[in-house]
Write a protein that binds this ligand. Structure first.
Ligand code: NI
Length: 134
């Protein structure tokens, strides 16, 4: 068995609360196991993304906290820089803090993935899902 390494991570309190609720509901024995599982999902998603080649059509669904400092502007900048793969977008003001944005994309897989990466890694972006339809 490979060695286990201990790492420290920080969590926004509401996310940790949700994690602990999930742990209880799902019957996880520890936070570590649940976090390892979610990291595996992230790694698999990354691998799948890396394998995408050629022209792709899809939809990107993004949830973010619009009160995060500078985030709105920075998300718009990223979209302008990738405007060659963006066909249309729809913005929904979900609640006081949450915004949902759907972005229809078509173009080179590498460029779509670049856009996903730019959006996903920003602080305040809660999730970015890319669904490829062809
Ligand atoms: Ni909004």
């Amino acid at each position: 068995m490979s060695k286990i390494i201990r790492v420290g991570v920080t969590f926004p309190p509401d996310l940790l609360k949700e994690l602990d609720k999930l742990l209880q509901d799902m019957g996880y024995e520890s936070r570590s196991k649940a976090i390892q599982d979610s990291v595996r999902v992230l790694v698999n998603e990354y691998r799948w993304i890396q394998e995408q080649k050629g022209t792709r059509v899809g939809v990107l669904v993004m949830l973010y906290d619009h009160e995060a400092k500078g985030l709105d502007a920075s998300l718009i900048d990223a979209q302008h820089e990738h405007s060659n793969v963006i066909y249309s977008s729809m913005h929904i003001h979900l609640s006081e803090r949450n915004c949902l944005e759907t972005i229809a994309v078509k173009g080179k897989a590498e460029e779509i993935i670049d856009l996903v990466r730019r959006l996903k890694t920003k602080r305040g972006v809660k999730s970015v899902k890319l669904s490829i339809v062809s």
